[in-house]
Design a protein around this ligand. Structure first.
Ligand SMILES: NC(=O)c1ccc[n+]([C@@H]2O[C@H](COP(=O)([O-])OP(=O)(O)OC[C@H]3O[C@@H](n4cnc5c(N)ncnc54)[C@H](OP(=O)(O)O)[C@@H]3O)[C@@H](O)[C@H]2O)c1
Length: 360
C-alpha cells in the first residue's frame, strides 16, 4: 500500500512534534518522502520546508481544495491535529479520504485528535469512570449536543463510516515537555501556568487538589506512530465507534506539582516565595493566567475519571511517569523562559469560543 501521510496542524505543538518524530525515527515504514504537512502561513511553510518534507498551505475548510490536494498527493492516512473543536476542518478531510479510497481502491484512515474536556462532568459528561474500551461513542452521542468537542468526535466517526474511511479518535491528556516541531514548541496548560506564576511572582493553587492525567509529548507522538505503523502493516487496530485511544500515561496531582514548581521557580528567583498560595476565585485565576474564566476548570481539571485499555493493547509503552515528570520540571520552566508563550492561536480560539458561536 502506498501510505502517504498528511499531518494537519503541522506548525503546532503536537503536529510539529509528530513530524519531527517521524523524521527522527527513520522508520522503514514511514519514509521522509511520504510525509506531508499542512500549515497556514507563509512563515510556517518556510520553516517546515527546511525539513525536506512536502508542505501544503491548505485552507482546511475548503472542501474542493482539500479533496484536490489529497488526491494529487495520494494521501491515504491523515493525522488531524489542527482542531479538536472545529468540525468544519475535519469533515472535508474525511470526504477527501473517501474520494481517495474510491479512486485508489485502497483503504484510507483518519486519525482525529480530541481532548479530555469532552469527558468532563462540567461540560455535561455523566459521572463515573470510563475506559476507552467502554461505551465511549454511545455516551458521546447521547450527550453530543451539550458540548462541541463531543459533537465533533461523533460527527467525525459517523461521517467516516458513511464515506468508508477507517477512523480513530486519539485523546491527549495534559501534554507536557518541549516540542520538537519546526514552529510552535510549547503546549498549553503547563506553559500558561508557569508563565502566569512568573508574571505574578507567586505560585497559586486551587482550593481543592485535582488529580489529572498527563503525557509527555514524546509518548504522545509515539502513540500516533504506533497506530500508523499498525495500519501500514495491515494490522489495523479497533476503529470507528470502537476506535478511542486515551493517551493517559500517568497521574498528575496539581498540589504536588505546584509545590515542586514553587520551589523550582523560587530557586531561580522567579517567584518571591517557595510556598504556594490559594487562588481566591476562578475569576482571579482566569485573569492572572490570561484565559476565559469558563476554561479555568476545563483546562486544569479535566480527565480524572478516565482509564485506558486500548492504548496498552496496541503495545503503547509511555517512557515518562510521574517521578520523571517531576524530576524534569525545570525543563518546563526553561522552555517557557526560552520561548515565551506558545506560538499558537489556541488561546485566541478559546476566547472566541467563550464568546459564543456568533461572535466575530
Ligand atoms: N497540547 C495539549 O496539551 C492538548 C491536550 C488535549 C488536546 N489538545 C488538542 O490537540 C490539538 C493540537 O494541540 P496543540 O497543542 O498542538 O495546539 P497548537 O500548537 O495550537 O497547534 C494547532 C495547529 O493547528 C493550526 N490550526 C488551528 N486552526 C486551524 C485552521 N482553521 N486551519 C488550519 N490550521 C489550523 C494552528 O495554526 P496556527 O499556528 O496558525 O495557529 C496550529 O499550528 C488541539 O485541537 C488541542 O485542543 C491539545
Amino acid at each position: 500500500m502506498s501510505s502517504n501521510i498528511l499531518i494537519t496542524g503541522a506548525a503546532g505543538y503536537i503536529g510539529g512534534s509528530l513530524v519531527a518524530d517521524f523524521l527522527a525515527r527513520n522508520s522503514p515504514l514511514i519514509k521522509k518522502d511520504q510525509i506531508h504537512a499542512a500549515v497556514r502561513s507563509d512563515e510556517q511553510a518556510e520553516a517546515l520546508s527546511k525539513l525536506g518534507i512536502h508542505v501544503l498551505q491548505l485552507d482546511l475548510t475548503n472542501e474542493d481544495a482539500v479533496v484536490e490536494s489529497v488526491l494529487r498527493h495520494n494521501i491515504s492516512i491523515v493525522v488531524h491535529t489542527a482542531s479538536s473543536l472545529d468540525v468544519s476542518l475535519a469533515l472535508p478531510l474525511v470526504t477527501a479520504l473517501g474520494r481517495q479510497r474510491e479512486v485508489s481502491g485502497a483503504d484510507t484512515f483518519f486519525i482525529h485528535t480530541s481532548g479530555l474536556s469532552a469527558f468532563y462532568e462540567r461540560t455535561g459528561w455523566p459521572s463515573g469512570r470510563m475506559s476507552d474500551a467502554g461505551p465511549v461513542f454511545e455516551t458521546e452521542r447521547q450527550f453530543a449536543d451539550s458540548y462541541p468537542l463531543r459533537k465533533t468526535d461523533v460527527t467525525v466517526i459517523e461521517h467516516a463510516k458513511e464515506k468508508g474511511v477507517t477512523s480513530f479518535i486519539v485523546v491527549p491528556s495534559t501534554v507536557y515537555g518541549k516540542g520538537s516541531g519546526a514552529w510552535n514548541q510549547l503546549s498549553v496548560v503547563l506553559p500558561i501556568y508557569v508563565q502566569g506564576c512568573i508574571s505574578n511572582k507567586s505560585v497559586y493553587k486551587f482550593p481543592q487538589n485535582m488529580t489529572v492525567s498527563g503525557v509527555h509529548i514524546s509518548d504522545m507522538t509515539a502513540l500516533y506512530t504506533t497506530i500508523i505503523e499498525k495500519v501500514i502493516q495491515k494490522e489495523t487496530p479497533p476503529s470507528g465507534t470502537e476506535g478511542y485511544y486515551f493517551a493517559l500515561a500517568h497521574d498528575i496531582s496539581w498540589w504536588e506539582l505546584l509545590d515542586h514548581l514553587a520551589k523550582a521557580l523560587h530557586a531561580r528567583g522567579l517567584v518571591t516565595e517557595s510556598k504556594t498560595q490559594v487562588w481566591p476565585s476562578d475569576e482571579a485565576a482566569a485573569e492572572a493566567l490570561g484565559i476565559p474564566v469558563q476554561y479555568v476548570q476545563i483546562l486544569w481539571n479535566s480527565g480524572d475519571n478516565l482509564t485506558t485499555k486500548n492504548t496498552y493493547k496496541l503495545g503503547w509503552k509511555p517512557q515518562w511517569n510521574k517521578e520523571r515528570f517531576l524530576q524534569h520540571l525545570d525543563d518546563e520552566i526553561e522552555a517557557v523562559q526560552e520561548l515565551g508563550m506558545a506560538k499558537s492561536s489556541l488561546i485566541a480560539s478559546l476566547f472566541q469560543s467563550a464568546k459564543g458561536p456568533n461572535a466575530s
